[in-house]
Write a protein that binds this ligand. Structure first.
Ligand code: NAG
Length: 320
């Protein structure tokens, strides 16, 4: 199969929920509500952390970046999702689709790497508590944060530019609500084995390696916690990493559900199945951003104290 003349496709069409018109309004309201919750929850968490000098520790600066990422990640896709719910066969320009794909992929990949870095931070905090301030100095955690962003963005540049070079011929209907990379690759009329290989490499770097780092860190953390003699000490040590562990489990659980699940090769009637899977992965996708601020603030004394502090000081200054 050679390159055809009309390999310069100018736009894609998102089918969205056009097959389920009755569900459109319901999902529109649901997704909009969740998006507002994400903006509110993560926005509050970021302001609390930046406002309170007590929370200017590596753990909270990592968390602050994670919340910021969650906002960027959802903002890179939710507006398009909402639009695709409202518009029947939503048209998106080729460039627009690539930009959206680039942003979502970059934010997702950064988040994976950042969660791995956060596990290392907890590992040092629990296993080397006395040397923690020295090891996790500014000279260490700033490069860790910057490195996560760079890794995610570079990975996304590679994947997106490989996808952009593919020829797209006749098929331009994406069975999804967003320009999701796998859905786009499926549409190409050329051999996509290079893309599949590079996606596998990218999965190794941003999914498997961080997951290994997290697992190994937690093996050492659990071993260290079990060696603490007092129950109170055990509880205290565990409470500083339980929030991170919960977020990691939700995040990786959803990622593996979305990507690592064996895809049955398309046969007749799988289009609707694609949409249903898309809906499920949409809700899994917003799970971490919705729950992250809740998990970190409800179970965390420092964050609760900082919120009270912030409100308290506001009241005082208002009173004067
Ligand atoms: C991200 O982390 C860095 C620390 O390396 C911190 O200075 C910065 O304020 C954080 N930014 C956000 C938006 O969370």
């Amino acid at each position: 199969m050679g390159k055809t003349n009309d390999s310069t496709l100018t736009e894609f069409v998102l089918v969205g929920l056009s097959a389920y018109p009755k569900l459109q309004t319901v999902f529109f309201v649901l997704v909009l509500w969740m998006y507002l919750m994400i903006l509110l929850g993560n926005g509050i968490l970021i302001s609390v952390i930046l406002y309170d000098p007590h929370l200017h520790t590596p753990m909270y600066l990592f968390l602050c970046n994670l919340s910021f990422l969650d906002i960027c990640y959802t903002s890179s896709s939710v507006p398009l999702i909402l639009d695709s719910f409202l518009t029947v066969r939503k048209r998106v320009s080729f460039a627009g689709c690539m930009v959206q794909m680039f942003l979502s992929f970059a934010m997702g990949a950064t988040e994976c790497v950042l969660l791995g870095m956060m596990a290392l931070d907890r590992y040092v905090a629990i296993c080397y508590p006395l040397r923690y301030p020295v090891i996790m100095s500014k000279g260490a955690y700033v490069p860790m944060v910057v490195g996560s962003w760079v890794a995610g963005i570079v990975d996304s540049v590679v994947q997106t530019s490989l996808a952009m070079q593919l020829p797209f011929c006749a098929k331009n209907v994406i069975n999804h609500f967003v320009c999701e990379i796998l859905a786009i690759l499926k549409l190409s009329c050329a051999d996509i084995s290079i893309n599949i290989i590079s996606m596998a490499g990218s999965n190794l770097i941003v999914l498997v390696i961080p997951l290994l780092v997290i697992s190994i860190s937690y093996i050492f953390i659990v071993a260290a916690i079990l060696r603490i003699p007092s129950t109170e000490g055990k509880h205290k040590a565990f409470s500083t990493c339980s929030a991170h562990l919960t977020v990691v489990i939700i995040f990786y659980g959803t990622i593996f559900f979305m990507y690592a699940k064996p895809k049955s090769k398309s046969s007749v009637g799988t289009d609707n199945q694609d949409i249903i899977e898309g809906l499920i992965s949409l809700f899994y996708g917003v799970m971490t951003p919705v729950l992250n601020p809740l998990i970190y603030s409800l179970r965390n004394k420092d964050v609760k104290a900082a919120v009270k502090n912030m409100l308290g000081r506001k009241n005082c200054s208002d009173g004067i």
